[in-house]
Design a protein around this ligand. Structure first.
Ligand SMILES: Nc1ncnc2c1ncn2[C@@H]1O[C@H](COP(=O)(O)OP(=O)(O)OP(=O)(O)O)[C@@H](O)[C@H]1O
Ligand SMILES: [Mg+2]
Length: 235
């Protein structure tokens, strides 16, 4: 195991809006090993999305250092950051962010094309239970189905790093569980490193590592030796 596949060192993020400064992350340090499932929990406004966006190369940090797979992404210029975002990171957003005028299959294909060793788009959609809905547009799908397309989109790229911001927030219990199982299986089969943000503390049991965030700081970082499979989780 590579203990430091992801490493945050003293990361600080300050948002400036006009005269107002808001420190969203204070001195955040933690590591995640390759192939782990890491769950990030914390109350609303704690800085979870900020942390994930910075890790995914979608936002910049104010101070500190971040390395991923031995590369210092926090020193990347715009061009390298774009390449990193495109090929190495799969992102599942809190509110799907599908392209409305592309079908489910096209949404997944466009992302798969960017991966270095992508999975088959249609097959990935079948795996999330949407084999029959591939030619539907996002507006013709329920919220839960759209989220499953979003997850298929991120998985099909077969990224090194799969970042999920409340991936089951919009899903019913059963669908949510199926999606989490898929994330857990992908992590194990493909060796993807998966980071999941959630408000649901019961999900912590499925993680190899749990990071608790409060008011922009790390409250605790725990490596779990006992991991529960998603099928056995109840909440
Ligand atoms: N682009 C931005 N500009 C200014 N402030 C921001 C920006 N994005 C986030 N913030 C602020 O940074 C803090 C952390 O926000 P963040 O979205 O990371 O929280 P969160 O833990 O993801 O919350 P939630 O659980 O509600 O999604 C909040 O106070 C938020 O208002
Ligand atoms: Mg958030």
């Amino acid at each position: 195991m590579n203990e430091d596949f992801i490493r945050f060192e003293n990361v600080k993020k300050i948002y400036r809006t006009g005269e107002i400064e808001l420190t969203a992350l204070h001195d955040v340090s933690f590591s995640v090993a390759r192939g782990e499932i890491c769950i990030i929990v914390g109350e609303s406004g704690a800085g979870k999305t900020t942390l994930l966006n910075i890790l995914g190369g979608m936002d910049s940090l104010s101070e500190g250092r971040i390395t991923v797979d031995g590369e210092e992404i926090s020193s990347y210029d715009a061009k390298r950051l774009t390449a990193y975002r495109r090929s190495d990171v799969g992102f599942v957003f809190q509110f799907y962010n599908l392209i409305p005028n592309l079908t489910a299959l096209e949404n997944v294909e466009i992302s798969a094309k960017r991966g270095r060793e992508p999975l088959d788009a249609a097959e990935t959609l079948r795996r999330v239970g949407l084999g029959e809905r591939m030619s539907n547009f996002p507006a013709q799908l329920s919220g839960g189905e759209q989220q499953r397309v979003a997850i298929a989109r991120a998985l099909a790229k077969n990224p090194k790093l799969l970042l999920c911001d409340e991936p089951t927030g919009a899903l019913d219990y059963r669908t949510g569980k199926a999606i989490l199982k898929l994330l857990q299986d992908s992590c194990r089969e493909k060796g993807m490193t998966v980071i999941i943000i959630t408000h649901n503390k019961a999900l912590c049991a499925m993680a190899d590592r749990v990071i608790r965030v409060k008011s922009g700081s790390i409250l605790s970082e725990e490596r779990q030796t006992q991991v529960t499979s998603v099928e056995e989780l109840e909440w």
